[in-house]
Write a protein of this length. Structure first.
Lengths: 347, 224
């Protein structure tokens, strides 16, 4: 009866195949494949036996982690928490980034797995985001998780270049900002960098790494302005409305000349001759009449001229600022950081 | 005789000034020069002594910044009017020089002299006088200008003697210019009126012997 209850409980707690997150590596070892088959058949005793047998054989690191994970699942299903936790500890040490899918694994097994995480000292889930920024004005986000309290040193290493990112005693998730600059403030040279995170606690130590490619580029410069958005030059001349002023003034000038001649002429000399004044005056009036009929000549529009002058000054001032900004940008370096394929982790 | 000497001296001074002034700088400014057709009406002493005539002339204008100068030469053959009692015709050669300085708005100040010689000498009075006045100019339209000027003639001298009161010698004028061929050619029309209230004294008291001339000039000028 008790065996039946345990079996039922084991079925309920049974994680589905490949419960770990990510696609598992194909299993080559035949014994391990038999253990997986036994697990699929819910024969947990056989799983323990065959998995232990497989562990005595030559396995890859991934297969070894898989074997311990099967043991962990089997011990969890059969109510042996200590053995389950120990098996999961071995799994974590072999594959620190291994995680169980909480949607496919029972909370009980997840609990054993998390208990195992707390009993080992590893650095896991080291990652960095792709970034692009101007040197000195941005950073590369770097993060990792330390499972137990430890002295952790994070470095970026490339050839002879080694830049310390952080050194602290910490536990849990750590978020860093790597500015990609050397201690003297210069941007790091372009190349492939390895982010190395080393954790030390007593006699235990653990390190993991992640490779990044750092590339340099020129910072884009700003184009010079020929106009300001929303502002356009106005015509600097405008045609005034048609006016009778030329004709009127011509008549006035001619009238003054004729009247002045008559008024100023000497009475002793008889009536003044208006032939000369009349001839020239007729020409003046005719010219005034024609000018009245003609389309007026464009006149300078002072308001528009002033507006255009202010606009030109504003554009020149803005272009001077752009030139200054471009001069600064030409001295800057654009840094692109791209994480490379994971090389794996080690003890 | 004194008037002729005075006028000659003034002409010499102005010619010397123009000669001293660098010609290249003059050429760099506006210069207009060209021939004119001149016609006029001349009266002297009384209404019976009337002449009308026509002739040829030439005029030149120099403009530099606010300064400008006009020089006009003319020779008119005056013939006695049919209504009058004069019988002898004469030639009137006139030199009219004006220096002008732009003051403000349409107003310029003028200073110059006029010298008119009659030939034969005793058929009419030769006159020389300094002129001073003002001119108003107005731009009627593109390339079309008109002007009205007036002033006094100071210190007039006559070949037959006589004198003129302070405000007795007046002049009045009307002019226009029309630019053509993109300002290379200029058509001109000028009218000038002079009245001199001359008085003589032959010992029996002052006698009014006024002189009056209306002169019209139509011409064309080349602008440099």
């Amino acid at each position: 009866m008790r065996r039946a209850v345990l079996l039922t409980l084991g079925v309920l707690l049974l994680p589905l195949p490949a419960a770990a997150q990510g696609t598992p590596a194909p299993v080559q070892n035949a014994t391990l494949r038999r253990a997986i088959q036994a697990y699929d058949n819910l024969d947990f005793a056989q799983v323990v036996t065959i998995a232990n047998q497989a562990l005595r054989e030559r396995l890859t690191s991934s297969e070894r982690a898989r074997a311990y994970e099967l043991l962990g699942f089997a011990y969890s299903a059969t109510g042996q928490p200590d053995q389950a936790i120990n098996s999961f500890k071995e799994t974590i040490l072999l594959d620190p980034d291994r995680e169980l899918d909480p949607g496919r694994v029972s909370p009980r097994i997840s609990g054993y797995f998390n208990a195992a995480l707390g009993q080992v000292m590893v650095v896991r889930l080291l990652g960095a985001d792709s970034s692009q920024f101007i040197a000195g004005q941005g950073f590369v986000p770097v993060r990792y998780t330390v499972t137990s309290r430890a002295r952790v040193r994070a470095r970026a290493v490339s050839g002879q270049t080694s830049v310390l990112l952080d050194s602290s005693i910490t536990v849990g998730q750590v978020n860093l900002r790597w500015t990609a600059r050397l201690p003297n403030g210069d941007p790091v040279p372009a190349g492939t960098y390895t982010i190395v995170v080393e954790a030390t606690a007593g006699q235990n130590s653990f390190s993991t790494s992640r490779q990044l490619r750092v590339a340099h580029g020129a910072v884009d410069t700003l184009p010079h302005l020929t106009s300001l958005p929303g502002y356009t030059y106005l015509p600097e001349t405008e045609v005034p409305p048609k006016s009778w002023r030329p004709m009127g003034l011509a008549l006035v000038y001619t009238g003054v000349a004729l009247a002045g001649t008559s008024a100023l002429s000497s009475g002793d000399l008889g009536s003044a001759s208006l032939r000369e004044a009349g001839t020239v005056g007729a020409g003046v009036v005719l010219a005034g009449f024609i000018m009245t009929l003609r389309k007026p000549a464009p006149q300078p529009a002072r308001g528009n001229i002033l507006y255009n002058q202010l606009l030109r000054e504003q554009i020149a001032r803005r272009n001077a600022e752009i030139a200054q900004e471009n001069q600064r940008r030409r001295q800057q370096v654009a840094i692109s950081v791209v994480p490379l394929a994971r090389p794996g982790s080690g003890r | 005789m004194n008037g002729r000497r005075f006028a000659g001296w003034t002409v010499s001074v102005i010619c010397a000034l123009l000669a001293v002034y660098p010609s290249n700088r003059l050429l760099a400014q506006h210069v207009a020069i060209g021939p004119q057709v001149v016609f006029g009406d001349y009266r002297e002493v009384s209404a019976d002594l009337q002449y009308r005539g026509a002739g040829m002339g030439a005029a030149a204008t120099f403009t530099w910044k606010k300064l400008s100068a006009d020089v006009a030469l003319s020779k008119v053959k005056y013939k006695p009017s049919k209504d009058g009692t004069a019988t002898q015709e004469f030639d009137a050669s006139e030199l009219d020089v004006r220096l002008r300085y732009y003051v403000t708005g349409p107003v310029s100040a003028e200073l110059g002299f006029v010298n008119r010689k009659a030939d034969p000498e005793f058929e009419a009075q030769s006159v020389g006088a300094v002129t001073a006045g003002a001119r108003m100019a107005y731009l009627l339209g593109p390339g079309v200008r008109m002007n009205l000027h007036g002033g006094l003639m100071f210190g007039p001298k006559f070949s037959g003697g006589g004198k003129v009161s302070a405000l007795g010698a007046l002049e009045l004028g009307l002019g226009m210019t029309v630019d053509a061929l993109r300002g290379r050619v200029r058509f001109t029309g000028d009218y000038g009126f002079q009245r001199l209230t001359r008085k003589t004294d032959d010992g029996s008291g002052e006698v009014n012997v006024p002189i009056q001339q209306s002169l019209g000039r139509l011409g064309v000028a080349v602008v440099f």
